[in-house]
Design a protein around this ligand. Structure first.
Ligand code: SF4
Length: 374
């Protein structure tokens, strides 16, 4: 089982909080598509013994591509890779790109899952984040998209300064109203070098308050679990049978190949990442060279990564796996490290499975880093 990730490095506007790799100029789009095709062909040998079960168009903004550009990429993948009969194929899309016509056209392709970057149902928050869409476009696109796709996930952002608990709850209610089967929800974080960081430093925006984010998170968990969603990863909620297969494979450490500038790849022993620069990515592939850097993962790296991802999911961390994959010394180290967290009720150990409790969920990343083997 393996996955393919495609990074489409273009966006209409730069969202104030974003530190992903993208360009707001479409100047290199045609050359990028040529380079992406070349990368898909050059790296096919890396997956000669793998079966591709999921394909994920991420970015950037993949919905910026024309439908025939998307189908051309899928055709190359189908030709070069061993893809199962009905793979999960997700397209990240922004509401302003999802006209009725485009949704209808996308529904005729092999794409069977839309990941819509809603972020908020409120114009105030959308403007503050500098999103390219408004609340009316969100509603219009969800009305149509739910007619043509039954597997839809939306992104919602919480912890936005000025967003009250009542307003946040209303956002969640709106999402439920449209009957989406999956929601990914992240706290607004301030990354260095982003416009948001600059505005906060210059007192143009209020600081992000962790207590507000924590309150929003608890509302989110309570509303969505009551509505029948499984909280299967710290930031992901899905109805049964609607978990993201692609992202689950990341969390369960199966192999994936990432294509396009800044995309990462992983195969249990190594991790690699492509250059985060569109022009250099294109030039390198035009010269038949792969624009990537690779590192071999040590036992320590693999252990730390397993702890980090495992504690974020409902599957948790298996102590049996720790012993067989990483050795008895690391298992004993972990058993010692988890004692205070078991005592304070943020972790629980049942039948050799270590999981975060309800109390520990919001703190999962911090707990994981305290358990790292350094
Ligand atoms: S659309 Fe997504 S990738 Fe593009 S700037 Fe906004 S958050 Fe970043």
């Amino acid at each position: 089982m393996a996955g393919i990730y495609l990074h489409i490095p273009f966006c209409k506007k730069a969202c104030h909080y974003c530190d992903f790799h993208f360009s707001t100029s479409l100047k290199y789009k045609k050359d990028f598509l040529g380079a992406l095709e070349k990368e898909l062909i050059l790296r096919a040998g890396e997956f000669k013994n793998e079966t591709v079960e999921t394909i994920y168009f991420g970015g950037g903004t993949p919905s910026i591509l024309e439908v025939d550009e998307i189908t051309a990429i899928l055709k190359t993948i189908e030709k070069e890779y061993n893809v199962i009969e009905f793979p999960e194929i997700t397209l990240e899309a922004n509401p302003d790109d999802l006209s009725d016509k485009k949704i209808r056209e996308l529904a005729k392709t092999d794409i069977n899952r839309l990941s819509i970057g809603v972020q908020s149902f409120g114009d105030k928050e959308l403007q503050m984040m500098n999103r390219a869409h408004n609340a009316t476009e969100v509603k219009q696109c969800l009305e149509t998209a739910t007619l043509y796709f039954n597997n839809i996930t939306i992104d919602l952002m919480y912890g936005i300064p000025g967003l009250s608990n009542a307003e946040w709850k209303k956002n969640i209610e709106q999402a439920l109203f449209y009957g989406v089967n999956h929601i990914s929800s992240y706290a607004l974080t301030v990354e260095e070098g982003t416009a948001l960081h600059h505005f906060i430093k210059n007192k143009k925006y209020p600081e992000v308050d962790e207590n507000v984010a924590a309150a929003h998170f608890h509302i989110l968990v309570s509303e969505l679990t009551q509505a029948g969603f499984d909280h299967y990863e710290i930031s992901n909620f899905g109805k049964p049978n609607f978990y993201s297969k692609h992202n689950t494979s990341y969390w369960l450490a199966t192999s994936y190949l990432g294509f396009g500038p800044s995309a990462h790849s992983y195969n249990q022993n190594t991790r690699s990442w492509n250059i985060a620069n569109n022009a250099k990515y294109i030039k390198s592939l035009q010269n038949d060279e792969l624009p990537l850097t690779q590192e071999t993962l040590t036992v320590k790296d693999r252990f730390n990564e397993y702890i980090m991802t495992g504690l974020r999911t409902i599957w948790g961390v298996s102590l049996h796996k720790i012993e067989t994959d990483f050795g008895v010394e690391i298992k004993e180290f972990l058993e010692k490290q988890i004692e205070p967290f078991i005592e304070n009720g943020t972790l629980e150990l049942k039948q050799n499975q270590l999981k975060t409790t309800h109390k520990g969920k919001f703190l999962a990343d911090g707990i994981a880093s305290d358990l790292f083997w350094i």
